[in-house]
Design a protein around this ligand. Sequence first.
Ligand code: HEM
Length: 515
Amino acid sequence: MDSLSSSPLSPYYHLIFTASAFLLSGLIFLVTYKSKSKKLNLPPGPPGWPVVGNLFQVAGSGKQFFQYVRDLLPEYGPIFTLRMGTRTMIIISSADLAYEALIVKGQIFASRPRENPTRTIFSCNKFTVNASLYGPVWRSLRRNMVQNGLSASRLKEFRNAREMAMEKLIDRLKNEAAANDGAVWVLKNARFAVFCILLSMCFGVEMDEEMIEKVDQMMKTVLIVLDPRLDDYLPLLSPFFSKQRKRVQEVRQQQIETLVPLIEKRREALRNPEKHKNAASFSYLDTLFDLKIEGRKSSPSDPEIVTLCSEFLNGGTDTTGTGIEWAVARLIENPKIQSRLYEEIKSTVGVNKKVDEKDIEKMPYLNAVVKELLRKHPPTYFSLTHAVTEPAKLAGYDIPTDANVEFFLPGISEDPNIWSDPEKFDPERFFTGREEADITGVKGVKMMPFGIGRRICPGLSMATVHVNLMLARMVQEFEWSGHPDGNGKVDLSEKLEFTVVMKNSLRAIIKPRAQ
Ligand code: HEM
């Protein structure tokens, strides 16, 4: 995701003239760059300008970045280069090349690129699972998250938290609908529900709704300041961004001040369990206090713990919420799919019992709807940015170690060469077994909403449970239809907001199901 999941750079477009003033000083860079890139056989790409490369073409195009990339595919094919100021981006959009890079040459393509200064501050100098270079720190942090935080047995322990969050979600929807002639906002409510689950898994302490809102608001503020700026691509311009740099420091401070009290509260609960009977018996945070990191003597500091907890919360909140928003939109657009799903729910759990996560495995149609959802609407259109650990080759081109290697996911999951009717939202393709796809990529790649290979999303299993469970509960309780403002129809336009959400946030009408 990195730079790619951001909004376009158009607000900075006026700075184009300022940038021109720097062209001269950038000439030295250009000469060095040219002599370096001459020796390299980089993938082709649209011709750019000196120093700034394709940066202003992208920013001035008026298109979202993913749209800009999508429009280049017919001309430049499955692997091409964009030069964004000092960054070289290599964009890969074919299943075969993704498989070759991330599975066959998985170890070489498993690292991350250098970060911009803002990200370095929030990642505590790459001390997170997602940002760390391929090496001992990544191994220690990832192993801890997968084996201690997100293992199957740990996931079971949080069943209660999931059930409570589902109850709260249904109540919130009922109350909102009652106050608004049946209308509810989908993304906001789904996001909140998953955030509650992740918060309780992360901190293991009780929180009232006000505190939950406060942490959520803070996380959103962090995402906003993480949006890339022009000086991330043209560091020469950084003197113009001192106000923004100050803001970054303030937000980081605010993040620490919001989360450290929760960390302290958990420490206290662990020290005095008899006084904190409502605290969970386990939390992700517990695994961080004395975590051993290969090659390091000290366990994580409080600011590092803040960063690791934020990663846990951020990784699963918007991604899952976005998935639910698109799922509901598709069910409104296709009432037959919605009825069929409801019929499956009724025939699996009956009318009096609420769907729980054990039922999900017995619902092949629900599973097919969710898989089709992740194919057609991968919540992030780019996987996180990769980098190679050593100079490499892909499709005969050079991949230098300082390049950002980006995987454009819809290029794969909507490829007409590997999918029939890829444009169509059609769960039937998976339900009937007409088409199949191994989501982990091990047996071959056809879609990769969670990435594949060594850096595959460690939250895959949990996230799949969350999406299935939430969707099943929402459909079990309510019949969903379009809002009268859109004449009952849904507008499927997209926009980038960390994840790719609906351009017009989905407002739906809900009607409780007759029991
Ligand atoms: C529907 C929900 C989710 C989607 C679509 C999703 C998608 C992704 C993608 C595309 C990547 C990048 C893989 C790569 O680098 O090639 C990723 C990485 C990651 N995800 Fe998720 N994710 C989801 C939920 C979660 C959850 C619930 C968590 C944890 C609580 C999580 C934590 C992470 C972490 C830590 C990484 C970095 C892994 C690494 O660099 O080794 N994600 N995810």
